[in-house]
Design a protein. Sequence first.
Length: 255
Amino acid sequence: MKVARWVLRGTTLGNRCRLLDESTQAIGRRSTAWGWLTEATQEGSTAWGSESQSTGKYSTSWGQRTLAEGDNSTAWGYGSMATGSESTAWGNGSEASGSDSTAFSRGVASGTWSTAWSNGRALGSMATAFNDGTAEGTRSFSAGFGSNVKGHQSSAIGSHNWVLGDKSAVIGNYVRVTGANSVAIGLGRDRGVAPLPDSLPELADDRTFAVLGGKMKICNDYNNCIDDLQKELQQMKDINADLLERLEYLEQRLN
């Protein structure tokens, strides 16, 4: 008789709906609501847990304060929201608002077919973002705290990087790439704060490979190394300039 009392106190307006608590609402046709203050308002929707809502057709919300708003969407965890059609949000505070998007563990996936993990923000279509990275360009990839990718089909791995050019890539820290089809390795010093993009070393050339900041070390199989390649090249450049000056002086004397 207890189950019957719950059903009488709840709301069951949909055809063949199920209601298993006095505070739940299963309004949609063939919908199901379980728990406390849960709502399943559309056809084939399911809400489980506490204060979870399924407002999209054939959507599913699990956990506490989850929202499955898009059709065929799924929200799991605490405070997760799947508002895009056929989207999925897993873990605490994740948000999947783009169509066919997926967000995990506080990730935000607003681009179509985008994926965001661990505080990443995938804003572009088919973009992927991890570990506090932001990927805005189409088919872009960003991983690392403060890494921002605005170029299409570009990528960044590290921290405090900016990739503005299309089809370019960055590995490392504290570097900015504005050229297209270029690759940069950033060896910048730790600044302790998030820098402005304009203050970072910049690779502006197209189709260029560059190492910015720090030093480059090269070793052979026997660990015989050039410890600072940039310094060695600068010394060679200075020697060549000195030799040219001497040669010009000798030519003047001979003439």
